[in-house]
Write a protein that binds this ligand. Structure first.
Ligand code: AMP
Length: 596
């Protein structure tokens, strides 16, 4: 789609843990699209209330008043199992409820329009993606269909699949998923075209709200060719963890001072989290701040000083972990730190002075590149890729060449702990590799396909005596980093495809279709609610105007009639909140007629 037809051009979406951002190629350059509040990034939050659903700024703004029904951190849940240790850890701090759904999938429970509803992380993410789609549609004035969505480089297959499903539920055609640090490197390459001569090595250090990625790339051809050499990271490390450590610290201090435990008080925890995040940002430019919360718990006011040194002490283990990951990544890429030409900072948490200081020390006082906007670079790069994939003829898009890698080693667990790697980590993608295996015990029924370091279980079932069953296991990773496994029996002489059961709790086609229907229904309800809210607002505006008008009028029968009509209309509003949009419009017309 080139934007000349009925559809808008393809967009790039950075679906972040805490904030999301959308961009598009327009007027021969990338534009970051502001949302309806004029903000260039949108909180990745969804709130459910008695009357409406709020997404983005509206949701975040009311979070402390409605903590149990304001959902954030869906990216920390997506593609994970309920029993995952990280999910269990996070659940202790989330003010909203998560339960175990079928196939060990986590489900978020909220009260929406006074009814209990359960949502998968994919659905919550789809609501955020839907909001980004709407933001782009409002800006471009056309329906948006195609999108490139970014994911952390260290996301595994399940997390990628689930993100792609979230895109489909939002009504998007996900033309490609690219890794966040790679997208940031594209933004850097485009901005520094004229300065890139020959081949340069760049290291992208991407520390966001919930995830950490480090990527080492070479950029060539005047900023047109990007080759990822190695990636490393942690899909559960970011600003939210730093906030959590601060919240824990404050809760401990509260307990010490007042001997009261606030861990069960969701509202208090929500308020504390909000205050800590704000304090953390202040500590990036000041060395001292304070947290003040009136009536935090059992009517006790809480006030406490927080120093930058304390913040650093609380989070030092996380910062050290980032540095260890970075060193391992350099070693995987076989690149000496002295050969890194640029260190690019991406993600809001790279504003933390200690993080910058540790990086600078490690790279021996090398200047860190802060020329790309840490909050927008990822969406920027995604939009360039979107333009390229949809045939944009601009030279920068045409010349763009991207070679990415897979972050995790994939293979088969043969017997016991023996792990046979088929695709090693940092293999360029797309890729297809196969290996022949035999059954290792009589009538073996299952074999687990695993991603080293992260659990990803796909079970292949068969039954053959030991050594008799020979299988060709084919692993294929596409350009999105998504894995397909097929296994062929070769011992029988004829090649037969084996049954492969994916136990990742993936959504079926039917489930996705049902969720698309639900998403449309919620969207329609939102639109109806907005129409009604607008109609009531217009009616109240009309009352206000009429009240002003009559101020300067002399006493008369007409004036009395107008005063009565104003009082009656105000009463009507109070008692008829369930009225239809048409009824509200009619009331306004009647009032206008009387007051003409
Ligand atoms: P991102 O996912 O890249 O939007 O990053 C969002 C994260 O960056 C959140 O955890 C924010 O609290 C954090 N963040 C944003 N600005 C700052 C700052 N000035 N200092 C420390 N953390 C920040």
């Amino acid at each position: 789609m080139d934007g000349k037809g009925n559809n808008a051009p393809a967009i790039g979406i950075d679906l972040g843990t805490t904030y999301s951002c959308v961009a598009v190629w327009k007027h021969e350059r990338i534009e970051i699209i502001p949302n309806d509040q004029g903000n260039r990034t949108t909180p990745s939050s969804v709130a459910f209330a008695d009357a409406e659903r709020l997404i983005g700024d509206g949701a975040k703004n009311q979070a402390t008043m409605n903590p149990a029904n304001t959902i954030f951190d869906a990216k920390r849940l997506i593609g994970r199992r309920f029993s995952d240790g990280k999910v269990q850890e996070d659940m202790k701090l989330w003010p909203f409820k998560v339960i175990q759904g079928p196939a060990n999938t986590p489900k978020i429970v909220v009260s929406y329009k006074r009814e209990e509803k359960e949502f998968l992380a994919e659905e919550i993410s789809s609501m955020i993606l839907g909001k980004m789609k709407e933001t782009a549609e409002a800006y471009l004035g056309k329906p948006v269909k195609d999108a490139v969505i970014t994911v952390p480089a260290y996301f595994n297959d399940s997390q990628r699949q689930a993100t792609k499903d979230a895109g489909a539920i939002a009504g998007l055609n996900v033309i490609r998923m690219i890794n966040e640090p790679t997208a940031a490197a594209i933004a850097y390459g485009l901005d520094n075209k004229s300065d890139i001569n020959g081949k340069i090595n760049v290291l992208v250090f991407d520390l966001g709200g919930g995830t950490f990625d480090v990527s080492i790339l070479t950029i060539e051809q005047g900023g047109g060719t990007f080759e990822v050499k190695a990636v490393g990271g942690d899909t559960h490390l970011g600003g939210e963890d730093f906030d959590n450590r601060m919240v824990d610290h404050c809760a401990r201090e509260f307990k010490r001072r007042y001997n009261k435990d606030l861990s069960e008080n969701k509202r208090a925890l929500g308020r504390l989290r909000f205050a800590c995040e704000k304090a953390k940002r202040i500590l990036s430019c000041s060395t001292q701040t304070s947290i003040e919360l009136d009536g935090l718990h059992e009517a006790i006011d809480f006030s406490m000083k927080f120093s930058r040194a304390k913040f650093e002490e609380l989070n030092m283990s996380f910062f050290n972990k980032c540095m260890e990951t970075l060193k391992a990544c350099l070693s995987d890429a076989t690149i000496e730190k002295s050969c890194v030409n640029e260190v690019i900072l991406v993600g809001g948490s790279t504003r933390i002075p200690k993080v910058q200081c540790m990086l600078q020390d490690f790279f021996e006082k090398k200047k860190l590149c802060k020329s790309v906007n840490p909050d927008e670079a990822v969406a920027y790069g995604a939009a360039v890729m979107a333009a390229k994939l949809t045939g944009n003829n601009n030279k920068s898009c045409r010349d763009l060449m991207l070679m990415d890698v897979t972050p995790l080693s994939l293979g088969i667990e043969l017997i016991g702990e023996l792990f046979d790697v088929i695709i090693p980590r940092n293999t360029p993608i797309p890729t297809k590799k196969s290996k022949i295996h035999s059954t290792v015990c009589d009538y073996q029924v299952c074999v687990d396909i695993k991603a080293k370091e992260q659990e990803l279980q796909i079970t292949i079932c068969w039954g053959a005596p030991r050594g008799f069953g020979q299988f060709n296991d084919i692993f294929e990773i596409d350009a999105n980093g998504i894995l397909t496994v097929t296994s062929e029996i070769i011992s029988t002489g004829k090649t037969e495809k084996l049954m492969i059961t994916n136990e990742n709790g993936r959504l079926s086609k039917e489930e996705i279709e049902k969720m698309i229907e639900d998403a449309d229904k919620y969207k329609q309800e939102d639109q109806e609610y907005k129409k009604k809210a607008d109609a009531f607002n217009a009616l109240e505006d009309c009352i206000y105007n009429m009240k002003n008008k009559i101020k300067s009028m002399k006493k008369s029968r007409k004036l009395r009639k107008m005063e009565d009509a104003i009082v009656d209309t105000a009463k009507w509003i109070k008692h008829n909140q369930a009225a239809s949009v048409d009824e509200v419009h009619r009331m306004k017309e009647d009032l206008e007629t009387i007051c003409k």
